[in-house]
Design a protein around this ligand. Sequence first.
Ligand code: PNS
Length: 161
Amino acid sequence: MERTAIIPGSFDPITNGHLDVIFRSSKLFDKVYVAVLSNSAKSPLFSLEERVELIKRVTGNFENVYVESFSGLLVDFARKKNASFIIKGLRAVSDFEYECQMALANKNLAEDVETLFMTSSPTYSYLSSSIVKELAKHNAPLENLVPDEIVQDIYNKYKNV
Ligand code: PNS
């Protein structure tokens, strides 16, 4: 049986921390879906279409990684894709409480879908999309924080602000 995993998130924008979890997951599962949340309460810097496109651009070399948007419940998306695993990256203990709550809520909705936590690589343990946006706003370097191919897209968002 094919083992399929979902990596959900807002990805506003994708960081090297996200990419690290996607890459490592792609080695463990037959298929990995990066699921980009479309109806986030937050008002994102990048539109849904832009976020999907940026992720596709930087995961193009991973043969078993697919990028899609989703709305509604994550477990419904997982069922639609026949995925039995949700992968969440954990950077620090501070991530754990919220992620544990989400994992239990999802387990309550779908007994057959397991959430697995993947520890961030130490290099990325402080990294988040919010930090990247804060740095970009002040024109600070983004090298090593996000893939080179998307650095300019991020700066461009702040050009005329
Ligand atoms: O990158 P984020 O913003 O931390 O990702 C959050 C995400 C997309 C994983 C989470 O908001 C989510 O799964 N939303 C879909 C709604 C849902 O299924 N919630 C869980 C049950 S309450």
